[in-house]
Structure formats: structure tokens, C-alpha cells
Design a protein. Structure first.
Length: 240
């Protein structure tokens, strides 16, 4: 009887420790210091492509409840349609987390729908940092192999979509001049999918060139991670 009572007391103390004000405050503090992160996949991509990066960010102090990866309905479709899906997804994330803004990490073509969302939809008011990984901001010759899809046609260098997206300001900050959007474009000279790889350079961003990493490797290679982390912490030294 005494032993059972002791066991019960120990269990209650353990549970109270888990939900103690200090523990709760630490969790709230971690969330308050960070924005939720929305991951955006690329052409024919999948939300699961970010599973590795999610686990890494958790090890860096992000709550798992602050990490969200969108799955587009049409992975080869128009960036404009995808941007509207992204808008709805971000709104859902903000409602769920009660945060004011999100950070976005986008791979490949996902960087284009992200920039469209920021430039023409609500992203200018709801995004803090934008990080793109191997995004064809000025098009890629690889897109000629998929011209039966709208997404590939939009990625053709000099397409009407890209000319419009890159007109006036390639990295718009929106209406909140007191809190500008930080842009980071990470790309690899070994990326043979983005041709030329220098297409990833955008004016107004912190453009980071790395070597020896493939297009898909940008999602998982450890050499990319410090630059992602810097971008999420407003580290873009050359931003607007």
C-alpha cells in the first residue's frame, strides 16, 4: 500500500514537472523567438522531401508544431495556381499557430510560386524570410523537356510569367517598411537541373553559391544547412 502510494506521488510530481510554468514558459519562449516555417516543394516534388530538414530544424530548436510542408494539388501546374494554394496554406498555418508571419523555404520551382505569392497576393504582409534552394528565378533550359506542362512552360527563360515576376522588383518587401522581407537564394554550381545555375541569382537577395551539391541534394546536404539557418534568422547581409 505504501509502495503504491509512493509510486503515485512520484508519477504526479513527474507529470507536474512536464507541465510546470517553467517548462511551459520555455516552450512558449522557443515559439516566440521563431516564425513557423512553411516548406514548398518544386516541380514533380513532394512535401515529404522536407522530412530530413524538418528533423534537423527540430534539433536546432524549432518546435515540431511550427514546421509545415505544403503538397500542391498539381506538382507540374501553373505557379500562379500554386501561389493561391500557398496563400490558403499559410493562412491556415497562421491560424493554427497564432503567429503573425511565417518563414518560407522553397526548393526549385517552389521558389517561383513563393515569389508570386509575395509579390501579388498576401505574402508581402505575412512572410518574414524567404529562402530558395536551386530555384530557376530566371528560367532553366531543362524546362524544354517538359513543355506539355504549364509549370515547365513558365520556367522557360524569357517566358511571359518570368518576365512579369522579375519586373520592377525581384525581391519586393511589401507595405511593412519597418520589417522588410529577407531573401536568401542558395544555389549550387553542380546543379545540372537549373541550367544555367546562375539563373538562381536574384537582385536584392543574399545570393549564396555552393559547390558539389546536386539539385535534389540541396534539400539534405549538410553544407547547405548553415545558410538555411542564417536565412531563417534574418541573416541575409545583402538583402534589400
Amino acid at each position: 500500500m505504501v509502495r503504491g502510494l509512493i509510486s503515485l506521488v512520484v508519477s504526479v510530481v513527474f507529470i507536474l514537472a512536464l507541465v510546470s510554468p517553467a517548462t511551459a514558459a520555455k516552450r512558449v519562449s522557443a515559439e516566440a523567438e521563431k516564425d513557423p516555417v512553411v516548406f514548398v516543394h518544386g516541380f514533380t516534388g513532394s512535401s515529404s522531401g522536407y522530412d530530413n530538414m524538418k528533423q534537423w530544424l527540430i534539433s536546432q530548436g524549432w518546435p515540431s508544431s511550427y514546421l509545415y510542408a505544403i503538397q500542391y494539388t498539381d506538382t507540374t501546374g501553373s505557379n500562379i495556381d500554386n501561389a493561391y494554394e500557398l496563400q490558403s496554406f499559410v493562412n491556415q498555418v497562421l491560424r493554427q499557430t497564432k503567429a503573425a508571419k511565417v518563414d518560407i523555404v522553397a526548393h526549385s520551382m517552389g521558389g517561383l510560386s513563393t515569389r508570386y505569392y509575395v509579390k501579388y497576393l498576401e505574402g508581402a504582409q505575412k512572410v518574414d524570410d524567404v529562402i530558395t534552394l536551386g530555384s530557376p528565378h530566371h528560367g532553366t533550359n531543362s524546362s524544354y523537356f517538359g513543355l506539355w506542362t504549364e509549370g515547365a512552360r513558365e520556367m522557360v527563360p524569357g517566358s511571359a510569367f518570368l518576365n512579369d515576376l522579375n519586373s520592377a522588383d525581384e525581391t519586393p518587401n511589401g507595405s511593412d517598411t519597418s520589417s522588410i522581407i529577407q531573401y536568401t537564394s542558395i544555389y549550387s554550381s553542380a546543379d545540372t537541373v537549373i541550367n544555367p545555375y546562375t539563373s538562381s541569382i536574384i537582385n536584392g537577395a543574399d545570393n549564396v553559391q555552393i559547390t558539389g551539391v546536386s539539385h535534389s541534394g540541396l534539400l539534405t546536404d549538410i553544407t547547405v544547412r548553415p545558410f538555411v539557418l542564417e536565412g531563417l534568422q534574418d541573416g541575409g547581409a545583402n538583402s534589400n
